[in-house]
Design a binder for this molecule. Structure first.
Ligand SMILES: [Zn+2]
Length: 453
């Protein structure tokens, strides 16, 4: 931690010196955070590290914990009144890492000769947590106050969420964390398109999940006479073949339309039709062949199988659980109908919910925070913003649902190649160029000043 605290007797920095100091602190804080193994379930040490850093910069910090090992951190620069409020959001937990797979140990925080900081959490998301904390500390010590409040929310248990100790708990426990706007993980990656344009993804929403179970119906029989009865396993095999292929049926959804408008022009869907517009958009970048069709409809991935409990019994039922990912607003009935359409009606089966659905949601790609991001992307990065839905999940879902917060996933990446960032998520050899941590701290200071005045 010492690296991120100002040495005693350090003279007051000049305004220019303040920017350099903040950038350096964002990098050393990210390094310190990676060196704490905060694998989901063990987050408090990260919270304590950030609290010590903020307090040493005169920022008041609150630790709010349902489980002492899984603390959340709240910090606030109170506004002077009359303006919107903004939250910088991050999660302190990381997914597990097996050191045997890694070039550098995942919790060593190694900085290599090319400027890459290696370790679990380097892109998901101790980089952004450090940048947001350093931005808040820098604004606080420079005496800045916005019209509305600026909050920092660093929460536990984002990667799992089932313990209800992180954001899903905090939104009920502490309704005072509601803000008009929020910046969280999930976006900021640049994509150089085949047509020469550079676009930067801004996550405006998240898809939901609606796991469906398909039970194939047959008739039980003794495995010594396979032709007797009707073994449900091969019946399920036929259903699996049908469910496991093909792309999601595209849905004409506002979030899909805004993505296509940004890529192909405002009238793209009208001009080309939805299917053709999606095909053209997917062809703009090699990494989008699978990503864009997956955003645009209800995806169905068969994952868990249930067959006979005994090898010598051909079962009357065999089942598969399908991981279905839905656009915001898609109902369970619509998902069931889409699954039935894939399966046909010539094999006997029954559908049920494998687990309760988790609905996604989205903010409109418009308004004051959108404009701040758009102008930054256009002016500073010479790129165009691309509103997209996350196919995964982030805590922004809770903020939108409970407080109607306009929440975006955005933090700029420029020096780390996009394929390195994407390959790092939940994977071995996660790493980030430190220039991107410093750049992210620049952006967050800029965004707070711009939005809150
Ligand atoms: Zn994350």
């Amino acid at each position: 931690m010492s690296a991120t605290r100002p040495a005693e007797g350090t003279p007051s920095p000049t305004p220019d010196g303040e920017d350099d100091r903040r950038r350096a602190e964002s990098i050393s804080l990210a390094t310190d955070l990676i060196r704490v193994d905060s694998t989901n379930g063990n987050e408090t040490a990260v919270t304590d590290l950030i609290a010590a850093y903020l307090e040493s910069n005169g920022v008041e910090v609150e630790i709010v914990a349902r489980d002492p090992a899984r603390a959340n951190l709240l910090a606030r620069i109170a506004g002077t009144g009359g303006g919107p409020s903004l939250a910088f959001v991050g999660h302190s937990d990381v997914v597990p890492a097996d050191p045997r797979d890694w070039t550098h140990p995942p919790f060593a925080g190694v900085l290599d000769d090319d400027g890459y900081l290696w370790g679990r959490g380097a892109v998901d998301m101790k980089n952004e947590v450090a940048a947001r904390a350093a931005a808040l500390a820098s604004l606080a010590r420079s005496g800045w106050r916005g019209r509305g409040d600026l909050l920092l929310l660093i929460v536990a248990d984002e990667e799992d969420g089932s313990a209800e100790v992180g954001m899903n708990w905090l939104v009920n426990e502490r309704p005072d964390i509601a803000t008009d706007f929020a910046l969280n993980e999930g976006g900021g990656l640049p994509f150089a398109l085949r047509d020469g344009r550079l676009v930067v993804e801004v996550a405006v929403g998240e898809k939901g999940t609606c796991p469906i179970r398909v039970d194939a119906h047959g008739e039980a029989g003794h495995a010594s006479m396979p032709t007797l009865g009707q073994n449900a396993v091969p019946l399920l095999g036929e259903l699996l073949r049908r469910i496991g292929q093909g792309q999601a049926e595209p849905i004409d959804h506002p979030a899909v339309r805004s993505m296509l408008a940004a890529l192909l022009g405002d009238d793209a869907v009208h001009r080309l039709g939805l299917r053709e517009a999606l095909r053209e958009a997917s062809a703009l970048h090699p990494m989008w062949e699978h990503a864009i069709p997956a955003i645009a409809g209800t995806t169905m991935a068969p994952t868990i199988l249930h067959g006979s409990l005994a090898r010598n019994v051909m079962p009357a039922r065999a089942a598969v659980e399908i991981d279905c990912r839905t656009l915001p607003g898609t109902t369970v009935e619509e998902v069931l109908a889409a699954v039935r359409l894939r399966l046909g009606d010539d094999v006997s089966y029954e559908l049920s919910l494998a687990e309760p659905p988790v609905h996604g949601n989205a903010s409109e790609a418009a308004g004051p925070l959108w404009e701040v991001i758009r102008d930054y992307v256009t002016d500073r990065l010479a790129a165009e913003p691309l509103p997209v839905l996350c196919t995964g999940f982030t805590d922004s879902v809770h903020l939108r649902r409970e407080f109607a917060t306009v929440a975006y996933g955005y933090s700029p990446f420029l020096s780390t190649p996009t394929d390195i960032v994407e390959a790092g998520f939940h994977n071995k050899d996660e790493r980030i160029h430190v220039a991107d941590i410093a750049l992210a701290s620049d952006f967050h200071v800029h965004a707070a000043r711009k939005l809150l005045g």
